[in-house]
Design a protein around this ligand. Structure first.
Ligand code: CAA
Length: 285
């Protein structure tokens, strides 16, 4: 497929990482999925198998394609196994210090020509790029959850990202069957700058007793034709992730309209992080 980068590494086998690895492998790339935690790696691979099974079951993918996708997907706990990748997409935890460490290591391991992309949802691409000696080849490639289904990839240019890196990344996202949209490196880019205030406002409505959680979600589903309500969506994204992103928007843009709702903070403090722990605004057991 024109534009597809053929040897791809994905770092982090969590919700986003395993979906990204699956998407590249389905498009025909050879993918090395790396996670330092073998348990997370196994869980990630199980998710990929489960997702492919769903596609086969509903007839949108032949069994042979699901098998060849799995055949192109290798896993490992060592970053060194990314030594011949032309593109690495990082999808580790949303912490600037952890991402900087991963990018420093990738800079030393991958070929000089490789593009290093981050799936960060709000951390500055420019800041991540500064931890490498190749900031012109560092870019944001922000996928949406669930990755195999969602069409959008936000492509974010850092301060030093070269036009060539942007062009190759856009072409690669298109070859994956996605629709890339270019954005500049400002807090939350476009997606989360628009989405998170909506989710935050829904949590304020719940906190102030404007309506029940079901009521708030139904208003947005039936009134605005959203596929799911904002509180159910927050559970899908992860309440801790929503809180982290709101903090980045609040600090980075310096405007109180982004301050996280106290109820969101309380939910996170209580460990109600959403679907990944089977409890958030809703219970999933
Ligand atoms: N792999 C394969 N198939 C999947 C899947 C997966 N991971 N997840 C769901 N599906 C399939 C289901 O099998 C189902 O198939 P059928 O219709 O053939 O039965 C279909 O998708 C629909 O799933 P559901 O019936 O479970 O539920 P749904 O109709 O509500 O669709 C949804 C699910 C696609 C997630 C939809 O609700 C939706 O689009 N929600 C909004 C998602 C969204 O906004 N994502 C962006 C979040 S923001 C983000 O990710 C970025 C960030 O930085 C925070």
């Amino acid at each position: 497929m024109a534009g597809l980068i053929e040897k791809v590494g994905v770092v982090g086998a969590g919700t986003m990482g395993n979906g990204i690895a699956q998407t590249f492998a389905t498009a025909g790339a050879k993918v090395q999925l790396v996670d330092v935690d073998p348990v997370a790696l196994e869980r990630g691979l199980a998710n990929v198998r489960g997702s492919l099974e769903r596609f086969v079951k509903k007839g949108s993918m032949p069994q042979a394609d699901a098998d060849s996708t799995l055949g192109r997907l290798k896993s490992s706990t060592r970053l060194e196994d990314l030594a011949n990748c032309e593109l690495v997409v990082e999808a580790v935890v949303e912490r600037a210090d952890v991402k900087a460490k991963v990018f420093r290591a990738l800079d030393g391991i991958t070929p000089k020509s490789a593009i290093l992309a981050t799936n960060t949802s709000s951390i500055s691409i420019t800041q991540i790029a500064a931890s490498t000696k190749r900031p012109a080849q560092v870019i944001g490639m922000h996928f949406m959850n669930p990755v195999p289904l969602m069409k959008l990839v936000e492509v974010i240019r850092g301060q030093e990202t070269s036009p060539e890196t942007t062009e190759r990344t856009v072409a690669c996202a298109t070859a994956l069957g996605k629709v890339p949209v270019e954005a500049s490196d400002y807090p939350g880019f476009v997606s989360n700058r628009v989405l998170m205030p909506m989710i935050n406002e829904a949590v304020y409505c719940l906190m102030e007793g404007v309506a029940t959680k079901e009521g708030i979600d139904t208003v947005m589903k039936l009134g605005m034709n959203h596929p799911m309500g904002p509180l159910a969506l927050a559970d899908l994204i992860g309440l801790d992730v929503c809180l982290d992103i709101l903090n980045v928007l609040h600090e980075g843009l310096g405007d109180d309209k982004y301050r996280p709702c106290p109820l969101l903070r309380r939910m996170v403090a209580a460990g109600r992080l959403g679907r990944k722990v089977q409890r958030g605004f809703y219970d999933y057991q």
